[in-house]
Design a protein around this ligand. Structure first.
Ligand code: A3P
Length: 325
């Protein structure tokens, strides 16, 4: 038997079990011994579903629509994280479970009140599915997909608006066609722009931890053009009652060019200027390049959707796959 002062003992332990130096938080309520030594003693303050992204597919609109539902509550706002908690991806994970749970309101009845959070970078985060599953094995997952080419372009515009020097210095065409001889900052930007759009690859990672029945895929074009129907389907998937009638709470706003929330009287409340931006259409050459770039990924996505039982392929996916030769 090895014995030593605590610090040395810890060093020895992590030498023997190096994989444990990176923590994976589980749910203390799953084990009585853990529950006994835990001060909080309640697992009600954990989300029942996650909106995982990816970025620029309409995640803010979905978040806003979900928050309108009387029986759905999102995480509390925080000056530290703005809207998104981003717990499972970045360094926040190391702040621990208590830190995460404090973002969620204490609800009267966790059986009727659904808690959720939306962090759009979860979708393509390498360690996110493993970490999310360790803590929330029975959570439901919601993802929104649009044309990966259009997503990349929207992300580029978003990044420019945020004043990113690299994005401001290069055209979209230059970003997406950057290669191994390009400067590192340009290659990094290209990767952040294009990688999330490899949908099938990221979804497969989620599906190696969660069963298909836990995953709901929303066509982002539908969310934009027919949010009432999308929200109906989503409520059925979540098995949430009573069914909230979005047709009396959402209306198309011609000035905004998007659906917005109907407020008292005849007013509508739309998302801010940064959602539904005005910019020139993507140039044809870039679109053709991206059609080819995403060809294998989109082909894999069609197969994956069939395997998951989706009977129709989204129109944007058909369009992206057409005329690629
Ligand atoms: P653009 O600003 O490029 O048009 P996210 O919230 O994930 O960052 O996604 C932003 C995108 O949501 C916007 O991209 C816009 O096209 C889309 N969107 C979908 N429904 C919307 C709505 N009702 N209001 C505003 N934007 C919406």
């Amino acid at each position: 038997v090895f014995s030593a002062p605590p610090l040395q003992l810890a060093e020895k332990y992590f030498q023997m079990f190096p994989e444990e130096t990176d923590p994976v938080w589980g749910n203390p309520c799953d084990d009585n011994r853990h529950l006994k030594i835990w001060t909080r003693k309640s697992c009600d303050q954990l989300p029942r579903f996650l909106v995982i992204g990816p970025q620029k597919t309409g995640t803010t609109a979905l978040y806003a629509f979900l928050s309108m539902h009387p029986n759905i509550s999102s995480n509390l706002p925080s000056p530290e994280t703005f809207e998104e908690i981003q717990f499972f991806n970045g360094r926040n994970y190391y702040k621990g479970l208590e830190w995460y749970m404090n973002f969620f309101p204490i609800v009267n009845s966790s059986s009727t009140q659904f808690l959720f959070e939306k962090s759009a970078t979860y979708f393509d985060g390498e360690s996110v599915p493993k970490r999310a599953h360790a803590l929330l094995p029975s959570a439901k997952l919601i993802t929104i997909l649009i044309s990966p080419a259009k997503r990349a372009y929207s992300w580029y515009q978003h990044t420019r608006s945020h004043g990113d020097i690299v994005a401001l210095n290069y055209t979209f065409q230059e970003v997406i066609t950057a290669n191994d001889t390009s400067p590192k900052n340009l290659r990094d930007l290209r990767n952040r722009c294009l990688n999330p759009g490899k949908y099938a690859q990221h979804l497969e990672r989620w599906l190696s931890f969660y069963v298909p029945q836990q995953l709901h895929i929303i066509d982002g074009d539908q969310l934009r053009s027919n949010p009432v129907q999308v929200m109906d389907h989503l409520q059925k998937f979540l098995k949430i009652t009573p069914l909230f009638d979005y047709s009396t709470h959402l209306r198309y706003d011609p000035k905004k060019r998007f659906y917005c929330q109907i407020l008292n009287g005849n007013h509508t409340k739309c998302l801010g200027k940064s959602k539904g931006r005005f910019y020139n259409a993507m140039d044809e050459k870039s679109y053709k390049f991206l059609q080819r770039y995403y060809l294998s990924h989109n082909t894999a996505l069609v197969k994956l959707l069939k395997r998951l039982g989706y009977r129709t392929v989204p129109q944007w996916l058909k369009d992206d796959l057409s005329d690629t030769l």
